[in-house]
Design a binder for this molecule. Structure first.
Ligand code: ADP
Length: 162
């Protein structure tokens, strides 16, 4: 915990190279980066929380100041409890903006000391989303450009079982 720590929350269903890029960039600017795998009971995930955490940990191992955690309540409560005052989100296209603006305003109303930082997606990854990858993988398409070998194998395992 500390004023120079940040949290990067997300579903990570599954983690993609777009997420990894944001983590690498954010982790260089803060003392510690908490990557928070969120479990929202109202959302339907392809992977269980444990599976999502496993993939996130595997893909981010080796990035020194990254700590992977999970949370299943209101994000601001987690941030207040851990005394984390910086929140990172990634922006891919204009379509992300409306939702992120709404979330940012709500989070700021609930936790006024919170600062929210938006990192623009790297152009190489700006079109990648977890949902697109799941769709392509479900038709046996090649997703190796966008996710790690480990995630690719988990996707195959999960989607072949269905
Ligand atoms: P959530 O359900 O919270 O949107 P996601 O795992 O989809 O969870 O995304 C977590 C964060 O990462 C969001 O801020 C999202 O905009 C960002 N993000 C997702 N994919 C990319 C990408 N390819 N490049 C940059 N940021 C991304």
């Amino acid at each position: 915990m500390g004023i120079r720590d940040a949290a990067y929350p997300g579903s990570f269903d599954p983690i993609t190279y777009g997420h990894v890029n944001i983590v690498k960039r954010a982790s260089e600017r803060f003392d510690k980066l908490y990557v928070v795998v969120v479990n929202n009971p109202n959302k339907k995930y392809l992977f269980s929380l444990q599976e999502r955490i496993e993939m996130v940990k595997k893909d981010l191992e080796g990035i020194p100041n990254v700590i992977v955690e999970s949370f299943d309540g209101l994000l601001v409560n987690y941030l207040k409890e851990k005394k984390i005052y910086n929140l990172i989100r990634g922006l891919r296209a204009v379509s992300d903006y409306e939702y992120e603006l709404q979330m940012a305003n709500a989070n700021h109303m609930l936790f006024s000391q919170l600062e929210i930082f938006f990192l623009m997606a790297d152009t190489d990854f700006s079109y990648i989303s977890s949902s697109m990858i799941k769709e392509i993988a479900s038709y046996n398409g090649d997703v190796s450009k966008w996710v790690s070998k480990f995630v690719e194998s988990k996707l195959q395992e999960k989607l072949l079982k269905k």
